[in-house]
Ligand binder design. Sequence first.
Ligand code: HEC
Ligand code: HEC
Ligand code: HEC
Ligand code: HEC
Ligand code: HEC
Ligand code: HEC
Ligand code: HEC
Ligand code: HEC
Ligand code: HEC
Ligand code: HEC
Length: 580
Amino acid sequence: MRILVISVTRSRKGQPVRAERIVEGEMIRLGRGTQCEIHLPDPRVALFHAAIYRQGDSIFIHAPEAELAVDGGPEREARLTPRVHIALGPYEMTVEPPPSGCDLALAIELVRPLPDDLAEIRAKSRTSLEETALSKRGPAWMLAIVLGIVFLLAPALNAVLPLLRQATVKLPVTPDQSWNPGQLSAGHQAFGRQCGSCHETPFVHVRDHVCIDCHVKTPGHVQTVGLQTKLFGGTRCANCHADHKGADALVRRDPDLCVTCHGDLKYFKADTTLNNATDFAVNHPPFKLTLWKGPNRADVMRVSQTEKSKLVEQSHLKFPHDLHLKTSVRGPKGRKTLECRSCHIPDASGKGFEPISMNKSCLECHTLEFEPAVTTRQVPHGSVDNVMLTMQEFYANIALNNIPVDVVDIGEIQRGLPRLGNGVITEEQRQRALTWAKFKAQQVSADLFEARVCIVCHEVTKAVIRGESGKEIAWGVVPVFVASTWMPKARFDHVKHRTNKCADCHSVEKSHSSADIAIPDIVKCRECHAGNKPAANKVVSTCVACHGFHLPNHPPFTVRGSMALDAPAGAALPVIGKLQ
Ligand code: HEC
Ligand code: HEC
Ligand code: HEC
Ligand code: HEC
Ligand code: HEC
Ligand code: HEC
Ligand code: HEC
Ligand code: HEC
Ligand code: HEC
Ligand code: HEC
């Protein structure tokens, strides 16, 4: 006997799922026991509940101890013909027409399963979305719309409607906050809520002129024009000042900013005389010093530190460092040892030094007495006219008053002075006295300028002119120019190097002439400054460490000049220089 047993289960949607198998045997037992060929595991079924057997052509089911419900009525035995329904405990069996090769087809389904308590409690305690009035689709749409309004529509409207913008700017959170890609720089936070101050047109890159409108005084660099500049981003403000990077990160400091152009300068400015520079450590031209050539203050020349023979300072001031840096220098109050600081007084910022001052630094030892007999009177320093006037007043005072206040012994000086007598001085006598005073001043000045005092430090000039008393000599002092900035195209800060000895960088101890120059060269700097890449015991120094971009004496950028208005936003500047 071959029976096709079809186990019917239900899918979650209630659809029947049928699993078929063949059972063979003379007698087929049904029950909870494991010996049964058709195993019905439900506990309400007996261990051996019923058996199917053949009798002649017919097939019967027989339940020896239990009951069967055959088509609704209780029976102990029934004949299995198609469409007969038999309830066996919680199972329902339906006889189906057997397929060929089988004697019987029996579909069995557990129609009354035991309730699973835990599952039942769980199911009761959960309210599914379906049980409420809501559906999943509704909230999803609502969320999408809210997101669209908050993050798309509101900022967009805010950007295009000026009236809305004016109203919302007072709110604690403006609609376009959600588009803010990052904190603005400290300087810009004050007006940063008005995105439109920089982003004039929504979805268009920030244009140079909005920056220039506010930063009118910021000097430019060099205006490069043409396709090259356009292609490589050139001087577009946002290339180097990409905002939204935090409070103190407005200026990019990587060398690429500069190397884009300075790696191949001729490409950007065909007539340049500058050499390329890509990395301070390996590819940077020797420094050029700015030397005064006169006659005007602004007349300077630039001399490379490699051209040693041309490195001559013409300050027109005589000064031997060596004699003053000896261990004990003669002074009026005894010997003393001078330090650099005695003459080079740091300026307020500490970056450089106050200009050398005769009155502050030299006068103490180099006094300006003019009359050998009188050591308490000096001429003022700084103006030839004042020197002459002071001397004339001094001698006129002696002549007219006969008793100069601050003079100890006047006998020597008064030789040649006409006797004026006591009492009222006539006009004629007065004139004679003054003429004498002038003569005396002229006489002394030759000694003062040419022999003893001024000539020690200055180049003195002498011209013969016609004066009131015949031929007179007009003295002059060649204008002095003591340089304070030797490297105007870079910046050097003495404060940052204060741990070093002055002599490390300036070998002035052996210098006997002010024509000598003791400004350190690039070799010296490279002892401590690495270039773009780190090196042992050196400080990494990219271009911006020593150079600004907005150079003094360069006209501010104009909108027309910054060619790269339409360059891609934030496009990294490509490096075209040859890095060695
Ligand atoms: C001080 C000027 C300034 C202000 C104010 C400002 N931004 Fe920007 N923003 C910039 C600059 C510069 C860039 C760099 C973009 C470029 O290269 O063109 C930028 C870039 C962006 C970008 C990225 C787009 C891009 O091109 O990469 C977004 C978005 C943006 N800003 C949104 C805002 C929002 C929103 C506000 C107002 C809360 C705002 N910005 C205020 C200057 C500003
Ligand atoms: C509404 C006027 C305004 C606009 C527009 C503006 N700035 Fe400014 N910027 C300021 C003010 C104000 C400061 C802070 C004061 C200061 O440091 O000079 C500042 C500071 C800066 C600083 C820092 C100065 C420092 O010493 O730290 C830089 C760099 C700068 N702005 C560049 C730009 C660039 C680039 C743009 C165009 C994207 C721009 N600014 C647009 C007003 C403006
Ligand atoms: C090639 C890079 C570069 C470009 C392009 C550039 N800057 Fe600068 N900018 C700098 C650097 C570097 C500094 C910092 C200089 C320093 O540290 O002394 C700076 C500083 C500033 C400062 C601070 C004040 C000052 O004078 O030092 C302002 C303002 C400024 N830039 C505005 C602008 C504006 C406006 C534009 C566009 C017309 C612009 N910058 C284009 C590199 C650039
Ligand atoms: C758009 C191209 C370009 C960029 C970017 C650029 N420069 Fe220049 N730079 C030039 C040109 C061109 C010259 C002038 C050459 C000449 O006049 O012969 C120059 C000149 C100079 C000079 C000499 C200035 C003078 O007065 O003689 C210095 C220093 C300098 N650049 C430093 C820098 C630094 C530092 C940066 C980066 C922050 C930089 N440059 C970025 C093109 C550029
Ligand atoms: C008695 C005053 C005095 C003392 C002390 C002195 N200097 Fe000077 N120094 C001067 C004067 C004056 C000049 C300008 C001379 C000129 O025209 O070159 C000068 C110029 C310089 C210069 C620029 C010109 C050059 O030669 O390169 C340097 C650098 C310098 N001094 C370094 C030093 C150092 C370092 C010391 C200490 C070791 C020192 N000085 C001590 C008076 C002094
Ligand atoms: C502490 C005193 C002292 C101070 C301060 C001083 N000098 Fe002198 N100076 C001397 C003495 C002493 C001599 C003579 C040295 C010698 O001949 O050995 C001298 C010599 C000179 C000479 C002539 C050198 C020669 O070749 O004959 C010059 C020029 C000079 N000083 C300039 C200056 C200047 C400029 C300053 C101020 C920046 C200055 N001195 C400050 C003491 C001083
Ligand atoms: C010990 C050296 C020393 C002596 C002596 C000296 N000077 Fe000077 N003189 C200087 C120095 C240093 C400066 C520049 C710094 C200053 O002005 O204080 C200077 C500057 C001057 C200037 C200004 C030059 C200019 O271009 O601004 C005049 C004028 C001048 N001296 C005249 C005289 C006369 C006149 C005498 C003689 C009576 C004299 N000096 C004596 C050191 C000296
Ligand atoms: C690390 C090297 C270094 C050290 C250390 C150093 N200097 Fe300088 N000094 C320089 C350079 C570079 C310059 C040229 C700067 C310029 O002109 O822009 C200079 C310029 C000067 C000048 C001429 C410019 C001016 O402001 O008058 C004097 C003077 C000077 N230094 C004195 C000193 C004294 C004094 C010390 C010690 C307290 C000292 N330096 C330490 C590198 C150095
Ligand atoms: C003995 C070592 C030494 C020598 C030589 C030296 N430096 Fe420096 N320099 C330093 C150190 C260390 C710092 C960093 C100081 C700091 O960051 O506070 C520095 C800082 C600087 C800075 C400031 C950088 C910044 O980011 O603010 C400049 C500019 C500079 N040096 C230029 C020069 C130049 C130009 C020379 C050659 C004339 C030179 N230095 C020679 C050690 C040196
Ligand atoms: C450690 C400091 C330092 C660093 C880093 C540095 N430079 Fe210089 N650079 C100088 C000094 C100092 C000068 C001489 C300045 C002068 O003569 O006025 C100079 C001169 C120049 C000059 C020539 C100016 C002229 O007219 O001769 C250019 C161009 C230049 N540097 C570009 C660069 C570039 C680009 C970088 C980055 C790759 C860079 N520098 C890095 C200190 C430095």
